[in-house]
Design a protein around this ligand. Structure first.
Ligand SMILES: CC(C)(COP(=O)(O)OP(=O)(O)OC[C@H]1O[C@@H](n2cnc3c(N)ncnc32)[C@H](O)[C@@H]1OP(=O)(O)O)[C@@H](O)C(=O)NCCC(=O)NCCS
Length: 225
């Protein structure tokens, strides 16, 4: 990570959540009881709570899990952890319905990120809106082929919603989107990249030099009958 000093995981989670929240247009999170709480607006996720120190404070994790399990609304718990099995067991025991798709919290020193421009006939457009960077790649007919967002705040850049349309995958566009975002983020002084990756995304980011900080286990309130 940039500068050699790795900030503690809870600090990196706060940094990531801030960028993710801005990218999704969410209100700032409330921090309480060892988690960041945010009205996420996603279906099935009324209140999303992101646990800051699941590995260091398992009692707080269980209390948060019990809250989500007992909520009258469909709430959601997101848990970055280096012990995903134990966390999954704790969530299940407290009555949370586990999400089967585990994600990955990853980071990179942006100075080491490769720059891989998209090849012709693809066209790349970067739009800037305050801290938000929005990259779109179109094909020779002007149809969308890939896109991605990043939010730059102080020395951190948080990438979000990176995707390549199916017909255009494995042609370097995911790498090109990331390279474009990183180039602009570095120009603005960002030194460390953070993101939460899907399983597929992890393959891309690993190929670009990102490394895992933690696994992300998540789950929600069981639907009421
Ligand atoms: C993940 C995703 C963005 C990758 O986009 P892409 O344009 O296919 O990625 P690239 O062509 O730039 O891939 C660069 C390298 O990353 C690795 N890689 C990317 N996708 C991979 C996959 N599905 N399996 C294995 N390796 C993969 C490979 O090393 C690849 O190089 P190669 O094709 O020469 O082997 C795309 O699969 C996608 O949109 N998936 C669905 C949405 C998603 O999960 N987004 C990530 C959210 S975190």
């Amino acid at each position: 990570m940039a500068g050699g000093m790795v900030p503690p995981l809870p600090d990196l989670i706060r940094r990531w959540q801030h960028g993710w929240g801005v990218a999704c247009g969410l209100a700032p999170a409330d921090e309480a009881d060892g988690a960041l709480h945010v009205l996420s607006g996603k279906p099935g996720r009324n209140l999303e709570s992101i646990v800051l120190d699941a590995d260091g404070d398992p009692a707080a994790l269980r209390a948060l899990a019990a809250q989500v399990a007992g909520s009258p609304d469909p709430d959601w718990l997101t848990v970055p952890t280096t012990s995903p099995r134990q966390v999954a067991d704790a969530l299940s025991e407290e009555g949370v319905r586990l999400c089967t798709a585990q994600e990955h919290f990853m980071a990179i020193s942006l100075a080491e990120h490769p720059d891989r421009p998209a090849e012709l006939p693809y066209q790349v457009v970067l739009e800037r809106d305050g801290p938000l960077l929005d990259v779109r790649i179109t094909d020779e007919r002007g149809e969308p082929a890939a896109h991605g967002l990043a939010v730059v705040h102080q020395e951190f850049a948080v990438a979000h919603n990176i995707a390549t349309y199916r017909a255009h995958r494995r042609r370097g566009l995911g790498g090109a989107v990331m390279g474009e975002l990183v180039r602009e983020a570095r120009r603005r002084g960002a030194r460390t990249g953070l993101l939460v990756a899907s399983r597929q995304g992890r393959q891309l980011y690993t190929a670009l030099g990102w490394t895992p900080l933690a696994e992300v286990v998540s789950g929600g309130t069981r639907p009421r009958r």
